[in-house]
Ligand binder design. Structure first.
Ligand SMILES: [Zn+2]
Length: 300
């Protein structure tokens, strides 16, 4: 009798031990799975500071290039446009170059735009010039083909906000204006950019505060063509010709009738060339300033 009770107890103990062991295995499996999937989520989405989720943005360009080969339809030809790191969070009007170092950067704002963006691209292509285009988010959405053409031709893209508003903006609205534009540029062309130009060159309405916080470079200009108000190509050319070495020229490929800009551009290019100027993109121009500051450059 005693041995029977003992056997039953042993069986009962064995049963409970097995139950505890199985529970432990299941429990630890669930815990491991939860931890792993949480880590994966963090890797995919990063520490998003802005509600728009751009999972691919968190990958490095190397990873993107490896996993997503070039396609014309999708934003997979990952490319980043950045100023040299010492220009992060700074405001740039131009750079100081010796008079003999005749470099200028042509910039085009408020596009992409039907007809004029492609006409300007054609002129730049014929002259083997790379320029910088500060795009408006809602125009990238409306004219994606023109936006892609800018990138296809090897030009640099900058962020010029979604609506081109001048009013004062709180940090949330400023973030939305800049990040929604970054998002549409990326989704349309595959390009990321930390070059930012505030509409109207306004520095104190909240946009630049946000852009600086994000370590964007604030790119203004030193020669304004005033093509948004000037109605003759010759006046426009005269204004641009005031540019000095290291200067940034402001023109517009979008936002209205830009036929005068299209007419003036070939003459602007040939006149500047005759004066000995070479054309570079904004990041290239900023690199030139860094080269000037190297010890070898200083002794020359
Ligand atoms: Zn503008």
């Amino acid at each position: 009798m005693k041995t029977r009770i003992k056997k039953i107890r042993v069986k009962k103990n064995f049963f409970w031990r097995r139950l505890i062991l199985i529970s432990l295995i299941i429990g630890s499996s669930i815990l491991t799975y939860t931890l792993l999937s949480k880590r994966n989520q963090q890797e995919l989405f990063g520490q998003a500071q802005y509600p728009i989720q751009m999972p691919l943005n968190t990958f490095s360009s190397e990873v993107l290039n490896q996993t997503l080969p070039f396609q014309t339809e999708a934003p997979v030809n990952s490319i980043s446009f950045n100023a040299p790191s010492n220009f992060a969070g700074t405001v740039v009007h131009d750079i100081k170059l010796p008079k003999t170092e005749k470099y200028v950067a042509l910039t085009f704002d408020d596009g992409p735009w039907p007809n004029t963006t492609d006409q300007i691209l054609k002129i730049l292509r014929q002259n083997h010039i790379k320029a910088t285009f500060f795009m408006i988010g809602q125009n990238v959405k409306a004219y994606p083909v023109q936006a892609k053409n800018v990138l296809k031709d090897g030009h640099v893209i900058g962020n010029h906000t979604w609506h081109h508003w001048y009013m004062h903006m709180n940090p949330q609205l400023a973030a939305s204006e800049i990040e929604s534009t970054a998002d549409i540029i990326y989704k349309t062309t595959g390009a990321k950019t930390t070059l930012f130009r505030p509409p109207g060159g306004i520095l104190n309405n909240g946009l630049v505060d946000y852009a600086k916080n994000q370590n964007h470079s604030i790119i203004l200009w030193s020669a304004d063509s005033e093509d948004y108000r000037i109605s003759s190509a010759s006046t426009l050319i005269q204004r641009v010709m005031k540019v000095a070495p290291g200067g940034i020229v402001l023109m517009h490929d979008g936002g209205g009738n830009r036929s005068h800009t299209v007419t003036a551009l070939p003459q602007i290019i040939s006149k500047l060339r005759k004066k000995g100027y070479k054309f570079v993109t904004v990041p290239e121009l900023l690199e030139l300033q860094n080269k000037q500051q190297t010890p070898t450059a200083a002794t020359n």
